[in-house]
Design a protein around this ligand. Sequence first.
Ligand SMILES: [Zn+2]
Length: 137
Amino acid sequence: MLHVHLSERALGEPHGIGRVESPNILVTAAQIAAWCGLPETQVILRDLGCVAPHCTKQARRADIDHILQWILGGSTGDLNLAPLCRKHHRAKTFSAWAYTMLQPGSYLWRSPMGHVYLRDGTGTRGLTPRPVDPPGG
Ligand SMILES: [Zn+2]
């Protein structure tokens, strides 16, 4: 966690200065603005946690996943990045778990068994129809 102090006036100055609390160092307003504008920072603030179904791990402690792999042309922008804890990042990378972003903060997952989940800011909903008991059973 990084605590920075920056006056409103410093934001408008070309050489405005802010201060990082620990370690107690001075940084430029431009540097603080750059940190806040990083795609990784944006997805951590947007999603707050690992976006895998039912996971409760904090985004700040998560890996940042390329939803469409970078090697396949996936961008390193906030519309292709999402926080996944290490366990779910590995599951997505090395197993048949797959997901897509429906819109920022809303993800559709498919498990290796074909179960479908919607994960968004309200939690996880299973979208796989429940099996119907046979009549007379
Ligand atoms: Zn997770």
